[in-house]
Every structure is written in C-alpha cells, then in structure tokens.
Design a protein around this ligand. Sequence first.
Ligand code: AMP
Length: 665
Amino acid sequence: MEPPSVTSMAKLLQEPFDPMSCVANVWPAPTPGAQDTVPYAAVVDAMVDISATSSRLECVKILTRLLLAVITRAPADLIAVFYLVINKQAPQHEGVELGIGDALLLKVVSECCGMTEARVKEAYQQTGDLAEIAQNNKQKQATLVQPKPLSAKTVFQSFKQMALMSGKDVMRRRTDTIKKLVRDAQGAEVNLLIRALQQKMRIGLAEPSALAALGYAFALQFLGARCAVMTLDDLQNALNIAASTLARIFYEVPSIDIVLPAVLSHGFLLLVPRSSVFARHQRDLSIRPGLPVKPQLAHPTSGISVVLDRFNERKFTSEYKYDGERAQIHYENGKIHVFSRNSETHTDKYPDVVSVLPSVFEKATVTSFIIDSEVVAVSPETGALQAFQVLQHRGRKNIAEKDVTIPVCIFAFDILYLNGEPLLDRSLEQRRAVLYQIFTPLPGKFAFATHLDSDNVEDIQKFLDQSIAAGCEGLMIKTLEEEATYTPAKRSHFWLKLKKDYMDGVTDTLDLVPIGAFYGKGKRAGVLGGFLLACYDAESDEYQSICKIGTGFQDEALEKLTGELRPSFTAEKPRYYRAETAGVDVWLIESQVWEIKAADLSISPVHYAAIGLVDPAKGIALRFPRYVRTREDKKPCDCTAAQQVAEMYRSQSLAIQKEDVVVSE
Ligand code: AMP
C-alpha cells in the first residue's frame, strides 16, 4: 500500500489527458454528425484495468479519467455510467434491486454459451466463477453476424428495467433481457455483465472512492489546461474541495438522478461552496422531505470526566440513549416517509408511526418537516421500554397496522427541516426549541428524548443511572450552542455516547464484517463453523482482518448464516481484503455486519486492523470475540472503522495505565 501523501492524487492526475485518444481503442470518435455515446466497452475497459491494479490511487485515477472523458464527450451518459460503476440502478432509499438469482443466470449462460445447464452447473461448482465460465465459453462460440456494440446507456437501462419488473412473466422477461445483453456482449463485457447481475461487481473501489473520482473529474474538466501549470498543492486543493463538496451534497441529497444533472448544467462552480453559483443553487442541493439525510453519528466515550475534557467549557446536554431503531421521519403534503439509519425506506415497517404522526403537530401551520428519532418497543401492558431485541421481532415489510403486536413509541431528539427550510446550520439548542414548539407529546406514542442540561458530574451520573433503570443503553451527550450544527454522516466528537458497558471497563461491541469462513467439523460438517472478521478502513478502502470467531453461535444460527452467506461465496480473496490467506476455506464478498463483543484488543502479528495507526507494521486483533447479533441496520461500509479500532485500543491502554497507577499507589 502506498504511503499517504497529500499531493499524490494531484501528481497522478496532472499528467496530460486527452479524452479522445486515451480511450480510442474502446471508444472511437463518432462518425461526423452522429451523437457521441459511451460504449459499454469503455466502462468495462476501465473496470478491467481497475481490477488488475493493486494501488488504490491508481484505481481512482483510472476511474477519474473515464468519468472525465464522459463529462467532456457524452455528458448525457454520465448518470448511466456512474450507476454502472457503482452497480446500482436507483438511489438506495428506493430499494430497487436487481434480484437475479443464480438459477436464472445458469440457464442464460448455458443458452448463450453453447453448454448444457448441467455442464455450466458443474463448472460453477468447481470454480465458483460464473462470469469467467461465461466469458471463456462465449468466446468459443462462432458468431455469424457481428453484434452491434453495446452502449453503456443500453446496459444501464436494461438493468433498471429488470430491477423494476414485476407481475406476471417476470422470470421470462428478465431471462430475455439478459440473453439479449449476453448475446451482444463481447470478451470482458460478458464477464462484467454476469458479475454485475450476480452483485459481485465490486472491483476494488467502494462508493466513496467512486464519488471522489467523480469530484476529481468535475474539477479537472473545469480547470482544463490550467492543471498542467498549477502547483501540486493548488491542484490537490481543488481536487479535495470538489470531492468533499460532492460527498457532502450526496449526504444531503442522496440521489445521482438529482445531483448530476444540476452539477452538469451549472458546472464545477456548483461544487465550490463559496461561489455565488453555489449560493444560488444551494436550495436545489440541500435536504428535502422524501430523500433520507445521512444521519449524524456519535463517538463512544468512557466516562463523564472524559466528556467534560472533550467539551472543554462548551455548553452541552445529556439525553437518554434509547435502545431501539433510528428513524428519520419525513413529512410533506400529507405524505410520511420513515427512513432507517442506513437510508432504507421503513415506511411499510411502521404503519403505526405513520398513523400516529398527524396527531402530534398542527397541520394548519406545519407543511413539511424532517425529524430524527429513535423508535423503541414498549410493553403493551405497562408502557415500559423494551430492549432492541423485542423490536427485532416485528415484521420488516408491508405490515398492516391491525397486525402490529409490538407497539412502539417515537422518541424525537432532533429536527432538520421545517416548512421548506433546512435547519442543519442552526445549533442544537435552536433546533430543539423548534422541535418542542411544533410537536405535542402523546403518551406512549410520541415523546421527546428525556434530557438534562447540566455540567454537574453528580447530576449526570444520577441521570445516567436513571436512564439505565428506564431501560436505555446510557446517554448521548451533545454540544448545545457552539459546534452544535447537525453534520450529516459525521461520527462527530460533539455527539458522544456513554454506555454503561464502557464505564464498567468492558470493551464496546464492534460491528464487523465476515470476509472469510471455515467449514465446521464433526456434527457441524457441511455448515460454516468459524469466520474471519474485518473492520473497514476508508482511507485505504480495504477490509482489514481483526479476528477469527467460532463462539457465540447456536447450531441453528450457523445453519441460517451459512444459507444467508452462500450467495456471497467467492473462490478468490478480493483485492480489497487485507488478510492472511492461510486456512480460509471460502472467501465471502462483504454483505453482513455482525455485532461482536470481545474481552480486549491486542497488537497482532497476523491481523491487519488499523495497521499503521498504532503500530507501523502490525494490526490489532480482538481477543475472545463472541457473536452477539447481526446488525441488519448497517451496511458493510458502515461497520467499525479502522480509526475507531485504533482509538479503542488506545483508550484501553490508557485505562490499563490508570489501573496500574491506582494499584501502585
Ligand atoms: P450506536 O448505534 O451504538 O453507534 O449509537 C448511536 C445510535 O443511538 C443512533 O444511531 C440512534 O439510533 C441511537 N440513539 C438513541 N437515543 C439517541 C439520542 N437521544 N440521540 C441520538 N441517537 C440516539
């Protein structure tokens, strides 16, 4: 891995780049008069290069250049190309998924590649790589008529149509669409098509890196020839501004369909936060009901004195930390949406939330809002708060209100938008005042998060005890006035979580991703019996191994997990996994997040978590890890970050040192 350098991206991107010649072999100039469109081959070519490159910077460069060529030559295709790169068909909250099973693909591959289905199945069982089988065997097929080259737009539109198909005949219509694509595809296009359809397309760049590349491409297009004469520092600065502004815009408006046309039509200035163009269009590119805002997150803290040190004279508040599920509730024109922490639509999951909401605010004066809240299961008999595990027993989709057996109460703790106006830049104190003014609690159904505005250590300690006694996990402690704006997607040091566990000296649980697995032995033969877990490092965009785990699982759970993970099996270790290969029976494409409890953390010669952050050459490992539950509300890239692992290790060392002092006194 390359050492991080602030100007390294600028160095790579300052080389002259000609959007016509660089991709000439896969994207020839259009015939005079014809419209320039991006061939699918250009996207595939970049993906293949990225797959073959081990340097993340080089990968970002390849993608930046593809996107720059698209912005320059065929901007109308940018949305399609970007969706193909991240292998999605619509914004996350729309819940649009390809949902193509292996059975259908095996059938298509057999029909298009001249093999029997049994033969494809056998080869697939042997190699685990259907894309490769399809590409190799399609190549052997003689074609009488050369097919028309596939365009990026055609492939994307076909994917989107398939994702949206419903009703009668879906299987047949999907099969026909895929057959048509595979028949027209050539060489590596076949491979990429199958991988995309299997959702195994990740080529080594996660979505944040793809977004950064998009920001860089817009910056380069705006700077044009000036790039070559700028100092590396100036160029890097421009690249950073573009990438971070675009990322911020996406946290607030997570829709490629809305953001890209705006940036394309108003140009790079839209990405410069201080430009007048940006100011004019700020409204277009800021939060709105119907689109989930990436929620602000909190840092763990180990004690009240740490909070006082951290906040350093700033005014703060403590709120109960409820043990439920985060719910961002949006309202506009009579329509309510509920979004999860992960920006998924949960409106169908909570018909009771939807029906109670209109009775807690004045419809005459309130036309729209976005509030942040925790939905908590409550006892139907006593109204007492129930643990998260109880909430987990509610169905997930299309629940009718009459079937709800586990009632919930909404605990609102923030408001981000009211009557057409974003409130993110106001302080929590101001936002809270608005929240209290607009809403009226309804016992057992809608309440404000219980809070205490005090910096007295004893009062906070008492409040913490009260929160635990009431069935909460601890406290959330937040700045009120200074540094108290709402920062989407940020794990902010101005929101601290104080859980009882941390104070007892028990390590906080970690949310980790299973990246590899081991088959069980004896009565567990045939099912997975152990797993290799990883944290995620956004800086290097890699999953870093942190421990092996085999305890905490019931036999039934292992069977269930084996079934759930089977579609993610992959023969080779993905390039973006940093882990020792020895002993792993099967690699898993990242798909799940598990909450893991451990005794402590130690420096490790075999694991790679947070490598370089605490020890220059060694990673950190968990000792005695135990599976607690699957975090269905988190995506793999939302798992515990390498940086957090390093912080946990450091604070544990600090706690041990403190204990040593006490003992030696
Ligand atoms: P964790 O999931 O342990 O990182 O804790 C953060 C989560 O606590 C948030 O995402 C919310 O779902 C939840 N939470 C409960 N009460 C509050 C509160 N008063 N303020 C903010 N978040 C809360």
